[in-house]
Design a protein around this ligand. Structure first.
Ligand SMILES: [Fe+2]
Length: 172
């Protein structure tokens, strides 16, 4: 593996990982849309999938600005997070728990992305690449807003539906 010796190289490498990460999510989110039972979650999942498509295009813009090919570098943390989310969805015994698991899994992915996009906005600013910083900041704001929407949906309906499916013996 090639050693990274400058902030620019580190920035480019991380952009390529994010590109891979967003594209991996595109595939998995399509499966999640099919798994979601309730209209409110399905609607939010569709919005997340649409925004992920735009986020992929924004990363392509950044790669073009950097003069890099549109090729990703495997993002291992996202691969693991998505594998975990698929396994949670497979092991959910009822639709209520499945939907709670989906939200929890997507939020893990969103939190990872918020951390990485935040770092990369700072890298772009430090490198004086304001154009990339602005593009990445738009996605960062989108990811934060989606995370809030997921929390709201979980707290307003999905978690209580899961709680209602709780066997009486385990209910608090
Ligand atoms: Fe994303």
């Amino acid at each position: 593996m090639k050693k990274i010796s400058s902030l620019t190289e580190l920035f480019v490498e991380q952009i390529k990982e994010l590109y891979d990460s967003e594209r991996k999510q595109q595939d998995v989110f399509q499966k999640f849309i099919k798994s979601a039972r309730s209209n409110d979650l399905k609607k939010l999942m569709l919005k997340i999938a649409e925004q992920t498509d735009s986020q992929v295009m924004r990363l392509e813009e950044v790669l073009e600005l950097l003069g890099e090919p549109l090729r990703g570098v495997e993002c291992k943390p996202m691969k693991e997070l998505l594998a975990r989310s698929l396994s949670l969805s497979r092991t959910s015994a009822n639709p209520e728990i499945l939907e709670t698991s989906l939200i929890a899994a997507i939020q893990c992915a969103k939190h990872f992305e918020i951390a990485v996009y935040g770092t990369l906005v700072a890298f772009a600013e430090s490198l004086g690449d304001n154009e990339s910083a602005d593009i990445l900041a738009r996605t960062l704001a989108e990811e934060k807003a989606l995370d809030n929407e997921l929390t709201e949906l979980a707290m307003e309906s999905i978690n209580s539906r899961a709680k209602e499916s709780e066997p009486a013996a385990y209910a608090f």
